[in-house]
Design a protein around this ligand. Structure first.
Ligand SMILES: Nc1ncnc2c1ncn2[C@@H]1O[C@H](COP(=O)(O)OP(=O)(O)OP(=O)(O)O)[C@@H](O)[C@H]1O
Length: 815
């Protein structure tokens, strides 16, 4: 694979059918992709080795910037395009230079190299020979030779000119030869420029760190083909980093232990190789990573650098806001008076804990409100918006504000659905947190570009879904005097991404909070909400299996689940329930009772393939049909759609086989439509049945929920609680009673995080005197300032990457 890339040798004409070439000038660019090197060119033909009588030919392929005055040699094959006819598909190309001595002198003394005349060019050619372009690309210092007699400036002109004319081409061909498609090639080239091939050849594992979408396995395959040793430090370090990333993504932890990391790394590094890696070398590589600060070791905890600093930064920003002395204060009697007024205006009587929540929220710098379903969290968000506006004499009419007078109350949530709910209940605008911050990509770590928020009050709903990275960016953007209200349900599943921010903030006991416990929806004769509260408290009620007006339980085993769900959905459809009203939830994807199978069962009832016109596209085991209910699987901040958003296919554009890559699906997500090219279809799946994790933050009229011994590792209390609280009108549980019981008995295990500890350390609460890091940090914490503290600590070596590693031998890692 890593073939040598001699751009200047003739194409190998082993196979007359494949190795065709065309030489000519690219006169017109018909098409140029924005996110890759793919281009469609019209080339004025000078020479070709196939039957062609016309002056021009269409050439397609991956090319860097092409100069219409230069001549290129394109190697590839002729294809017959069904729509556009015969064209040339180039697999590689090069700038065509006449390699005779005379040709080279003309080239070097031409317009590409200002300041180089014929005489100098002749000396360069005489000394470096006919392969001079390759020589200069690989060893630019060869131009320094005395006999050539070039000034520094002339050397620079030659090196830069040759790189410009030939470097991109060489790099693209090189990336093609490693098997990278045009989008990845473009991303790699954007990162490393003309040094791309050098960097890859020195350490292909660098790609894993720097380029999204390149896995350790892929880099490892490349490295092995290049002949890199299995015990090379680069490989071991990349394996450790990949294992650390996998552990935090899989478990949601912000750190891991040395033991787990080494176990995971060994299984990754030893997978599919004959000689196993040397444990001593692995331990040494870990120490090197710590020295280079690519991972942070703190006692026996090992963090990805970004997660380690995020926890500290969250803690220091909370302190910054809490320490600020100029927060708006309101007299208790005014607060009381305004709450009374709002009760009259909104025709509600707040209970004592709700009044306390409103009072404390408006008096606090940061405030946390938690409560189960139906306890009035949304009601309090609305009350608080009115209270804050009334106390300040603000209008809630958006039209009275403009760019110079921005709206003083900001409402946001991690998903579009939750933001919409906030907006509907308050009648003021709400957005996703990403939109609020102007984040364009979900993994946007470039938080320097994020502007501070403007306004007096920020309310975030569905806080349990917010992960460490997002919360760090959010809290950094909060100005000193903005009040921050964090609302959520602490008993729900934690965020998909690493961390358990909401529960850590609550358990730190450093932030004022109120938990609402009175269930108001019970008055609607709902039995689902009391069931959820019983589960939250560790009990299955004695009438669990008794059918109620809004919930039921159907006992069955894993083999019967499919047919039971089939019957329920057929009946529900007859009664007028639509696909969006009914949601099947299950915890695992595979198997007879897994999400994949249940999805296709429900699809065939709610959106069957009718024998007439309906189009159907098979894609990785799924069949997408027009009007299908589909689930977004990744965050796409640019389109403001998120992991777990549910939409409907409203457009299908299917081309013939040769044009497959132009196939498109259009999905409506309520107020927005998103187009998916075929290459992005893996971001979608059917949504008739989804995982409980993906359903966080959504509500459905009817939830159908199987629980079975087959789901064993997933049977946890917060999983069942989250699933049940997704049902707003009807809940049909089925499966195995003991599995429901098992969920309730399995109080959920906390994730491994240190945010709580960081907050306590930084806010001067109970000091952990065993921690080296806290002692070191104390020195610097007198005056924390936004953005500064951690940078100072890193730069001044206050955070020691070797904390807790002193005296540890490689053998100890392995024991
Ligand atoms: N003090 C109250 N008096 C009467 N009804 C109330 C009171 N507080 C809340 N409610 C009603 O209880 C219902 C549930 O309240 P709300 O939607 O605010 O709860 P929630 O905690 O946001 O629930 P969920 O998390 O399920 O969305 C609503 O119909 C609301 O009007």
């Amino acid at each position: 694979m890593a073939q040598s890339m001699n751009l200047f040798s003739e194409p190998q004409n082993n196979d007359q059918n494949e190795q065709k070439y065309v030489v000519g000038k690219p006169t017109t660019t018909f098409f140029q992709a924005n996110d890759s090197f793919y281009k469609v060119l019209l080339v004025q033909v000078d020479d070709q080795n196939f039957d062609w009588s016309e002056d021009t030919i269409v050439v397609t392929g991956n090319f860097g910037e092409l100069n219409p005055d230069s001549t290129y040699r394109f190697n590839g094959k002729l294809i017959d395009h069904p729509k556009y006819g015969r064209q040339f598909k180039a697999s590689n190309y090069r700038n065509e230079i006449n390699h005779s001595k005379k040709g080279l002198v003309n080239y070097l003394s031409g317009s590409n190299f200002p300041g180089i005349g014929k005489k100098i060019a002749q000396r360069v050619v005489d000394n470096l020979g006919n392969n001079l372009v390759e020589v200069i690309l690989n060893q630019p210092d060869s131009l320094k030779e005395k006999e050539i007699g070039l000034t520094d400036k002339q050397q620079k002109t030659l090196v830069n000119g040759i790189k410009k004319n030939n470097g991109t081409a060489q790099t693209i061909i090189g990336l093609n030869s490693y098997g990278f498609g045009s989008s990845l090639s473009a991303a790699i080239f954007k990162k490393y420029g003309n040094d791309t091939l050098k960097i890859i050849q020195e350490n292909p594992y660098k790609l894993v760190e720097d380029i999204n979408g390149i896995s350790f396995k892929r880099a490892d395959r490349m490295a092995r083909e290049m002949g890199l040793r299995v015990n090379s430090t680069g490989r071991l370090k990349a394996g450790l980093l990949a294992a650390l990333k996998q552990l935090s993504v899989q478990n949601g932890d912000t750190y891991t232990t040395t033991r787990s990391l080494l176990d995971k790394s060994l299984s990754l590094l030893n997978d599919g190789i004959e000689t196993s890696v040397d444990p001593d070398g692995l331990a040494k590589a870990l120490i090197q990573l710590a020295r280079e600060r690519k991972v942070i070791c703190d006692e026996n905890r090992i963090y990805l650098k970004q997660l380690y600093y995020s926890e500290w930064q969250i803690a220091e920003n909370i302190k910054r806001i809490m320490d600020h002395s100029k927060h708006q204060k309101f007299a208790p009697k005014n607060i009381k008076r305004e709450i009374k007024q709002i009760e009259r205006d909104l025709q509600i009587n707040y209970d004592q804990s709700q009044v306390d929540a409103l009072t404390k929220a408006v008096q606090s710098k940061i405030f946390i409100l938690t409560g189960g379903p139906g306890t009035g969290k949304t009601t309090i968000i609305n009350g608080l918006v009115h209270l804050f506006a009334n106390l300040n004499g603000y209008s809630l009419d958006i039209k009275t504000y403009d760019a110079d007078h921005p709206y003083p109350i900001l409402l946001a949530a991690p998903t579009g659905r939750a933001a919409k709910k906030m907006s509907e209940s308050t009648n003021i605008p709400a957005s996703t947190i990403h939109r609020l911050l102007g984040l364009n990509s979900y993994d946007d770590n470039n938080d320097d570009s994020i502007n501070d928020l403007e306004g007096g009050l920020l309310i975030i709903d569905e806080m349990s879904m917010v992960d460490t990275s997002l919360f760090k960016i959010l809290i950094q953007a909060v100005p000193n005097d903005m009040k921050v209200i964090l609302v959520g349900d602490k008993d729900q599943l934690p965020s998909v991404g690493p961390g358990q921010i909401f529960s850590d903030l609550l358990s730190s006991k450093m932030i004022p909070k109120i938990e609402l416990n009175t269930i108001y929806r019970q008055n609607d004769h709902s039995t689902i909400i009391p069931l959820a509260h019983a589960i939250k408290n560790g009990q299955l009620p004695s009438d669990f299996t008794t059918n109620k007006s809004d919930r039921s339980f159907i006992p069955c085993n894993a083999y019967q689940v499919g047919s039971v769900i089939n019957q329920i959905v057929v009946k529900a459809k007859k009664k007028g329930f639509s696909a969006s009203d009914i949601q099947v939830l299950a915890p695992i994807y595979r198997g007879i009772s897994g999400i994949n199978r249940l999805n296709s069962i429900v699809q065939n009832i709610m959106n069957p393939k009718d024998r007439h016109e309906q189009e159907e596209i098979p894609f990785r085991g799924i069949k997408f049909r027009m009007h299908d209910k589909v689930l977004q699987l990744v965050n796409d901040a640019e389109n403001d759609i998120f992991n777990g958003d549910i939409g409907k296919i409203i457009g299908m554009q299917i081309n013939d086989d040769r044009q497959k890559m132009k196939d498109k699906l259009t999905v409506s997500f309520g107020d927005k439509e998103v187009e998916y090219d075929r290459k992005n279809w893996d971001q979608l799946t059917l949504a008739y049945c989804t995982s409980i994790h993906k359903a966080q933050g959504s509500e459905f009229d009817m939830v159908i929920l199987p629980m079975l011994p087959q789901y064993h590792i997933m049977l946890k209390r917060n999983l069942l609680y989250t699933a049940i609280t997704r049902a707003s009108k009807m809940l049909i549980m089925l499966g195995d009673y003991q599995s429901f019981e098992q969920c309730v008995e399995n109080a959920s295990v906390n994730r491994k995080t240190t945010l709580k500890k960081r907050i306590i350390d930084i806010m001067g609460g109970q000091k952990d005197h065993d921690s080296d890091s806290s002692k070191k940090l104390d020195l610097k914490l007198k005056k924390p300032k936004k953005h500064q503290l951690t940078n100072e600590l890193i730069q001044s070596n206050q955070i020691d990457p070797m904390i807790g590693m002193h005296g540890v031998t490689p053998q100890q890692f392995m024991s």
